[in-house]
Design a protein around this ligand. Structure first.
Ligand code: ADP
Ligand code: UDP
Length: 237
């Protein structure tokens, strides 16, 4: 398989075409943005952490029956994935109150929910990714009603698998964002990434933040947090 021209550069990753029309290569950068793109920076080593962790988690999910875009890790930063047509929704699952949920509803962070919640944002930079409900998503033809049902089912399955997995590593999975895509035959698969950029991870004992919130909130220790999550997942490396 041969790497061809760059087809997209996003905030955290580049996407390259390959000689196979059904495959692309994603290349993870150390660049970080937050606060709707207002805050920009780099997190040394982040690209490699996110690439390796995301690939590892997607392989766990595949074994648990969740189809993903993962094909093959090429290097620390580069991975071959199935090319999908991205459903333009950010699918957010929450187990514990934090971030925009706590702010929107005026509650403290750290409330453990009796059952996980799901919400969608419309992936649209010009509109600043507004919150959207599933009826509006169908009205806007972002996805069919059947696709949304499937996405919800897959997202809650991802949550139950990963929540239990991280708990065993001494980490609370507070909330996370998923993206889904369509294969040429219409099958919905989990795409994009699952990493400390897209999840909130809190140490089970101390509630120490081990994710991108350290960057968003200028807390310091950002690289250490990414390294610590890497250590929990892969052992000392
Ligand atoms: P953004 O576009 O939000 O800046 P990234 O820098 O992470 O995000 O760029 C990666 C882009 O690739 C995202 O737009 C994401 O939706 C898209 N993407 C993720 N997985 C796939 C895939 N398997 N096929 C095609 N596009 C993908
Ligand atoms: N998230 C993400 N990308 C986004 C917005 C949110 O990966 O563009 C993740 C974020 O890391 C967190 C979860 O989704 O794990 C919920 O984020 P929230 O809605 O609380 O927004 P934030 O506080 O990050 O603005």
């Amino acid at each position: 398989m041969e790497k061809r021209e760059q087809i997209y550069e996003g905030k955290a990753k580049k996407v390259f075409a390959t000689d196979d029309a059904e495959l692309v290569i994603v290349s993870y950068k150390d660049d970080a943005t937050a606060l709707d793109g207002l805050k920009k920076g780099t997190i040394a080593g982040k690209g490699a952490v996110n690439n390796r962790m995301s690939n590892f988690l997607m392989q766990i999910l595949e074994k648990e029956g969740v189809p993903t875009h993962f094909v093959k890790e090429l290097s620390d930063r580069e991975t071959v994935v199935k090319k999908v047509s991205i459903v333009p929704l950010e699918v957010i699952i929450r187990n514990i109150s934090a971030g925009s949920f706590a702010k929107r509803y005026g509650v403290e962070e750290g409330i453990v929910f009796d059952a996980p919640t799901i919400e969608f944002s419309y992936k649209n930079d010009e509109l600043h990714d507004p919150l959207i409900n599933s009826y509006h998503a169908v009205a806007l033809k972002l996805a069919t009603s059947a696709e949304i049902d499937r996405i919800k089912e897959m997202a809650f399955k991802v949550n139950s698998v990963l929540r239990e997995y991280f708990l065993r590593l001494g980490v609370k999975l507070v909330d996370f964002k998923l993206e889904f895509g369509r294969l040429p035959d219409g099958t919905i698969v989990l795409a994009d990434e699952i990493s400390p950029d897209t999840c909130r991870f809190w140490d089970s004992k101390t509630n120490e933040k081990l994710d991108k919130d350290r960057f968003r909130r200028d807390m310091g220790g950002v690289e250490d947090a990414y390294r610590e999550m890497m250590k929990r997942v892969f052992g000392s490396c």
